[in-house]
Design a protein around this ligand. Structure first.
Ligand code: HEM
Length: 661
């Protein structure tokens, strides 16, 4: 109510300054009632198409500004960062997120934020210099083994891979991975507008604890998180002490007892340098990075599987590159400069299905004017990544997953040298200005090794009848480690896809780049991508010969397809009926799009779906399994621990809360 009165009292705007456009809402609640529970970013995208690339919406008395073009986000959030680097208040958390010192990504631009960000940069730089301590490569062995032996849990294996790498980075051990995932899920509930009820009705947090389930859930979550972070910090402290006491003693046999390189170790070994208030601040600074990395990176790994199944024609290009660069050995992070195709697949996956589609909001400090429009102080600024990533003036056929846009000089998004580009570093997906993501480097390492290993070992196929036939043949030959050679992941709802039509093939070939082109990176543009595509996509005559070619500059790409060209992959590849109610809010995507089934919280993770995984080379699989066995026997692949008395569920004080995803 106070907010409503304050808004009503707001003085008149000076002459020539207009309010931003946006939907009209109801008194008090504004437009809250119009937001769908699922895929809310689709509604914001739709409003962007109606009201323009920057518009405002009143949500329960707070002014939210949505930006759907990169140059506007850059102008406001980067160039005018002095005014736009704060964070909005999140009512559902126990302590004020802006100055509690607990969560770096949620803090306002204050002293604690400054010193923790400095610390974050230091731990990232140090671990990057040591190739993130080699943890992605180590855990990729376990990832492949788990997917080979239990393919129906591919989703779990991908998440565990990311969480284990992050845990090792945080505290030198993978054993806290399950706990870390749960901590991340619970914090996501606390901070997501669609998570905790207190984010919709903030007064709940002022009630006594025993009057409100939501509040007592949050207090227990906070206690559990703190105890977990302190326990992890203490273990690293003990390990360092032990090794200092007895420097000549032989290394302990169990890896968990050895002090390993980790961010916590970096903190403890040089505590005075960070000028933190206490060790507890260090426990949160490291723990927050663990949480930030625990689930985010798994989302694009899952979207990658989805993309390969829906756009199968590109898979051979990736296999060709991986086989040429890696041969029989597994992929390493240091292979990155030689793998432009893998980088293009990763970048395109992030563009196609942004892991944080609404962006992470900034808050404005003072009144401002943008192109004659008033931006009131205290506005919540959202760089709407879903829309920024599908700006039709930058991305040709933005709804299609097409890695060639990063590899072919005829697309405006192409950039040289290919030893470096495409990259995900400095990509808008990781935010703007002073608040850009601290984890871009780790994300790149995780994705390169994680996705690269999956593609090195498997081919992926939509679950069509053909693929099932193939599965039977392969299964009959299986006598090796993984019980099945062609493996079927568990079904939660992917529908069969129809193969591309002749027109589409002709259309694609008419766009086919001239690959006899050299770039200055010294990288051979693999002889020629098109030859490596699925055989049925080759050698078809173009019905659309003579159409204007794509511009090769980085200028805005403004040529929409003419009506006879407008057949898109999306139309052809996707089935007709919707099973996703919120998809109808999107005016671009077909309502039937089965790739639009996401989990509901801040990070958009595709729901598990059914597809076929096929081991590409049984000898490689055998070698991975042997290596897994050796490392397991050495104690390197310990299972996750349970931290709470009485199991994960714990007691009244600590343990896992209910999670609604
Ligand atoms: C796919 C993976 C990831 C995506 C898409 C992502 C995205 C983002 C975004 C959009 C922001 C907010 C930027 C802004 O406000 O302008 C952010 C902030 C942040 N991210 Fe990430 N992130 C990812 C992975 C990671 C990882 C692995 C870590 C650490 C291990 C990490 C650590 C952080 C931190 C500490 C911040 C806060 C920066 C600040 O507010 O000053 N992120 N990330």
């Amino acid at each position: 109510i106070a907010k409503y009165i304050e808004n009503a009292k707001r003085k008149k705007l000076p002459a020539g300054i207009r309010p931003l456009p946006g939907p009209k809402g109801l008194p008090f609640i504004g437009n809250v009632h119009e937001l769908p529970e699922k895929n809310s970013w689709m509604k914001f995208h739709e409003w962007g198409e109606k009201y323009g690339p920057i518009y405002q919406v009143n949500l329960a008395g707070t002014n939210h500004i949505w930006i759907s073009r990169d140059h506007i986000a850059h102008e406001l959030l980067s160039k005018r960062s002095a005014n736009y680097s704060d964070r909005p208040f999140i009512p559902a958390l126990e302590h004020d997120n802006r100055d509690s010192g607990q969560y770096l990504p949620l803090m306002s631009k204050n002293e604690k934020w400054t010193r923790q960000r400095k610390f974050a940069k230091q731990i990232m730089d140090t671990s990057a210099k040591e190739d993130f301590y080699g943890y992605p490569e180590l855990e990729s062995i376990r990832l492949l083994f788990e997917v080979m032996t239990e393919p129906s849990r591919y989703n779990h294996a991908l998440e565990s891979f990311v969480a284990r790498v992050t845990c090792r980075l945080g505290w030198g051990t993978p054993t806290a991975a399950e706990e870390l995932k749960q901590r991340a899920r619970e914090l996501l509930i606390g901070v997501s507008p669609t998570g905790s009820f207190a984010n919709k009705l903030p007064f709940i947090m002022s009630l006594p604890e025993n009057w409100s389930k939501t509040k007592s859930w949050e207090l227990r979550r906070g206690r559990t998180e703190r105890k977990f972070f302190e326990t992890m910090q203490d273990e690293v402290r003990q390990q360092i002490k032990l090794s200092e006491k007895n420097p000549d003693a032989p290394a302990p046999i169990l890896p968990s007892l050895q002090p390993k390189s980790s961010w916590m170790r970096t903190f403890l070994e040089n505590k005075a340098a960070w000028k933190f208030d206490s060790d507890l601040e260090g426990a949160y600074a490291v723990g927050m990075h663990g949480i930030a990395g625990a689930l985010t990176v798994a989302a694009p790994m899952q979207s990658f599987c989805l993309a390969l199944c829906h756009y199968p024609q590109y898979q051979p290009i990736l296999h060709e590159e991986i086989d040429r660069v890696c041969g029989d050995r597994m992929i390493r992070f240091s292979d990155m400069p030689e793998m432009p195709v893998l980088r293009a697949f990763i970048r395109e996956t992030l563009r196609w299905r942004p892991p944080v589609p609404t962006g992470i909001p900034h808050a404005s400090v003072k009144d401002d004017v943008y192109e004659g429009y008033h931006i009131p102080a205290g506005s919540v600024m959202h760089p709407l990544e879903w829309s920024i990533s599908r700006d039709p003036e930058v991305f040709y056929e933005p709804d299609a997953w097409n890695p060639m846009r990063w590899l072919d000089s005829k697309y405006p998004t192409y950039q040289e040298p290919l030893s470096k580009f495409p990259t995900i570093t400095s990509y808008s997906q990781f935010g703007y200005g002073r608040r850009t993501c601290q984890g871009m480097g780790v994300t790149e390492a995780d994705l390169l090794v994680g996705i690269g290993s999956m593609a090195w070992m498997f081919s992926m196929h939509a679950n069509t009848e053909d693929a099932e036939e193939e599965a039977e043949i392969d299964e009959s030959q299986t006598k090796h480690v993984a019980e099945q050679k062609c493996l079927q992941a568990q079904s939660v709802g992917m529908r069969p896809i129809t193969p591309p039509s002749e027109e589409l093939i002709a259309h694609k070939l008419s766009n086919k780049p001239d690959m006899h082109h050299k770039n200055d990176s010294g990288i051979r543009l693999s002889n020629q991508y098109s030859e490596k595509m699925e055989p049925e996509l080759q050698g078809k005559p173009s019905k659309l010969a003579g159409r204007p070619s794509l511009p090769s500059t980085n200028s805005m790409f403004a040529r929409p397809p003419s009506p006879d060209e407008s057949i898109s992959e999306k139309d052809v590849l996707l089935p007709k009926k919707s099973h996703n109610p919120s998809a109808k809010a999107d005016s671009n995507a077909t309502p039937s799009d089965p790739t639009m089934d996401f989990s509901t919280l801040l990070i958009a993770k595709p729901m598990p779906f059914k597809f076929n995984l096929k081991i590409r080379d049984q000898e490689k699989a055998d070698r991975v399994a042997r290596r897994w066995m050796e490392l397991k026997m050495d104690g390197e692949f310990e299972d996750s621990r349970v931290y709470w008395k009485g199991g994960n569920h714990g007691d009244e004080q600590h343990g896992w809360g209910e999670v609604f995803l």
